[in-house]
Design a protein. Structure first.
Lengths: 201, 255
């Protein structure tokens, strides 16, 4: 058995799946509200129950997003020269021939993705609470409805990119979000700067 | 049945010949089995003061200064306008608000989730909510008109200030009778409650140039489609990327 490195803690993995699960269900029910998908509403026994499910899933999502900040927020604000170079070669995703600079624990694409999710998450949570709890305030309703949908567009675009990059585009990555560990040799190849900082290479 | 565009019905209100008897209010309550509300006299015959969850139409009483008489007393029927381009139908997330074949904006109370977004979509401040938070408003007696009967308010109107029928015919007739201004002829792609005036509609307190709230129009035209176009676009791009460039390959040795 090869020596393993733990990249994600157990609470991080559990929280990630809470975030992912609530996010996907929220998007599904959100699309059902947007486009009157009676089939989806029928699964919940109608739009009335689906509304309650959507609202409370939102609470889970918001709490989970808040908790995730202890895992990612600090890293998400730190960028160096290699990160800049990473953008210039588009992370190596557009060609296998380019040389991708050495990365730390997270690449800048992941870090920016996280910031986008935090920003859109705060917007969608605040506006969702506005529509849920301040129905009689016309101004709050108007802006909340608009902001909720604007933030939703960000989710509808960013989340599938994240899912693709975390599964098909990077074989082996999905496993990391289940077990949280990867072989040391692989970690050295993928996250050399992180491994150096940890004193393991 | 006639084709869709010719089947659009409407209520034509001619405030000039309204005598303010409010039989329309009573008939509406009667047909729709709506209880009365206790109100207080606040110095006007307008009662209740505005639309309520159990009051689908009211006669609005307006007093305006006049040269000939000490005061002019104007009556105008206030109700759902049954917009062709109905903001409430657009914004309703559960499909509880819908348009009937006759062009009425009706609602399915059981489907209503009580989100109150229809208030945001309505340019005329029409939707009201009952004690359980469900939407409630004039539905043009969609049950009666589907059976080729006039709405109850029209049926009872003693002067012809309320008329129901083919929308295009009603408008043509009103113009022929010398009513130069048809309020709602083209606003919001044509209202289902149209008003015939010889004077300015704003004299009667009607909203000038009614339109969908710009936030609702923007949301409907751009944000709503962008959500699925965005999602679909990413899925398509990911598929192309996977096939054309392929997944990341682990380099066994540094090149």
């Amino acid at each position: 058995m090869a020596e393993m490195v733990r990249k994600s803690s157990v609470d991080e993995i559990i929280n990630h799946w809470l975030l992912a699960g609530s996010c996907i269900l929220l998007a599904l029910t959100g699309f059902a509200f947007l486009f009157h998908l009676d089939g989806v509403a029928g699964v919940f026994g109608g739009y009335n129950v689906m509304k309650d499910v959507h609202n409370w899933l939102g609470v889970i999502f918001a709490l989970s997003l808040l908790y995730s900040m202890r895992h990612y927020l600090k890293d998400a604000f730190e960028y160096d020269a290699d990160d800049l170079q990473w953008f210039k070669v588009a992370g190596g995703y557009l060609s296998h021939k380019v040389k991708v600079p050495p990365m730390g624990k997270y690449n800048p694409g992941q870090k920016l993705y996280y910031l986008a999710i935090v920003a859109a998450g705060i917007a969608i949570t605040a506006s969702g609470l506005g529509m849920w709890l301040m129905k009689d305030d016309a101004t709050v309703m108007m802006y909340s409805h608009l902001i909720h949908n604007l933030a939703f567009v960000i989710f509808a675009i960013a989340v599938p990119v994240h899912i693709y990059l975390g599964t098909l585009a990077n074989p082996g990555t999905f496993k990391l979000m289940v077990s949280g560990t990867l072989p040391l040799e692989e970690a050295k190849r993928r996250y050399p700067k992180w491994m150096k900082a940890e004193g393991r290479m | 049945m006639a084709n869709e565009s010719n089947s659009r019905k409407a209520i034509l209100v001619t405030p000039e010949i309204c005598i303010g008897c409010r039989a329309c209010q009573v008939a509406c309550k009667s047909w729709n089995q709506l209880p009365a509300s206790k109100t207080k006299n606040n110095g006007t015959y307008q009662n209740p003061p505005d639309l309520e969850s159990n009051t689908f139409n009211i006669i609005r009483f307006t007093e305006v200064p006049s040269q000939e008489t000490p005061v002019r007393w104007l009556f105008v029927s206030r109700r759902c306008m049954h917009c062709e381009d109905a903001g409430c139908v657009k914004i309703c997330p559960s499909g509880a608000l819908y348009k009937t074949a006759e062009g009425a904006v009706a609602f399915d109370r059981d489907k209503c989730i009580g989100c109150k977004l229809c208030s945001t979509g309505c340019p005329f401040d029409v939707p009201r909510y009952d004690k359980e938070g469900k939407v409630s408003k004039c539905h043009l007696c969609f049950d009666r008109i589907a059976a080729n009967m006039a709405p109850s308010c029209v049926k009872t109107c003693p002067t012809g200030a309320l008329k129901y029928g083919d929308r295009a015919e009603l408008i043509a007739e009103a113009k022929k009778n010398g009513y130069a201004t048809i309020y709602g002829e083209n606003d919001l792609k044509g209202l289902g409650s149209v008003y015939a005036f010889k004077e300015e509609p704003k004299l009667y307190g009607l909203k000038e140039n009614p339109a969908l709230p710009s936030s609702v129009a923007f949301w409907h035209s751009y944000l709503k489609p962008l959500s699925w176009i965005g999602l679909g676009g990413v899925v398509a791009a990911a598929a192309i990327h996977y096939l054309a460039i392929g997944p990341h390959k682990e380099e066994k040795e540094e090149v």
